[in-house]
Design a protein around this ligand. Structure first.
Ligand code: G3P
Length: 222
């Protein structure tokens, strides 16, 4: 499964509804043409239509630490899994959770077969999350998210420190990174620093030619 490019559609217009479906089909084509691993993290409302239309794994952007019951407006792990999600982001910088809820959400993933990708704004938070043993932890400094300077170039020490701290707790957790990743060099550098994949949003989703950007980024995996 690694290394992979995880494309976070967020709630960008091009990442929503009909446009999300088109973007997903472009990613699917790039993945099959290049033989690379691409994961799509889409809005809950789009999981079903996109997962039916593509072969690449589709992830939710969040689940809540709840079970079946009276939880109006919350996101249930069973529901996203039944809609076709193979995994989910947890604690994205734009949708942060308390540590105890992160733990509960990871457990909900275990119970429903979803793959958890937990985001952490700092290496210290990543280390705390590592105690809950998610499959993946992604280091994403909030100040670089949505910009044009990548975490791997601007804050390389954050990736190295996260790998060190996370692996001290659990060497089986794979570390990812995201924020400002926009070209092949950013990905190459991330891999060099120990990342097993990258999370990318704006450089792809807001691009006039997302397929071209995807192909360029994938080259960074070598
Ligand atoms: O989930 C990844 C995301 O937060 C990074 O966003 O726009 O900096 O690629 P962006």
């Amino acid at each position: 499964m690694t290394p992979f490019l995880l494309i976070n559609f967020k709630t960008y217009k091009m990442g929503t509804g009909r446009e999300a479906l088109e973007l997903a089909k472009t990613a699917d084509k790039v993945a099959s043409e290049t033989g690379s691993n691409i994961i799509l993290s889409v809005q809950s409302a789009d999981i079903r239509q996109i997962s039916k239309a593509v072969s690449v794994p589709v992830f939710a952007q969040n689940i809540d630490p709840i079970k079946y019951g009276s939880h109006t407006g919350w996101s249930l792990a069973e529901a996203v899994a039944e809609a076709g999600a193979k995994g989910t982001l947890i604690n994205h910088s734009e949708h942060q959770s308390r540590l105890k809820d992160i733990e509960k959400s990871i457990n909900r993933c275990r119970e429903t077969g979803l793959i958890p990708v937990c985001c952490a704004a700092t290496p210290a938070i990543a280390e705390k999350i590592a105690a809950f043993s998610p499959d993946f932890i992604s280091i994403e400094p909030p100040e670089l998210i949505g910009g044009t300077v990548s975490v791997s170039k601007a804050r390389p020490e954050l990736i190295e420190d996260t790998v060190r701290r996370v692996h001290k707790v659990n060497p089986d957790i794979e570390v990812l990174c995201g924020a400002g990743v926009g070209n092949r060099e950013d990905v190459e550098k991330a891999v060099e620093l120990g990342a097993r994949g990258v999370l990318v949003a704006s450089a792809i989703v807001k691009s006039g030619n997302p397929g071209l950007v995807m192909k360029n980024l994938i080259k960074g995996f070598g």
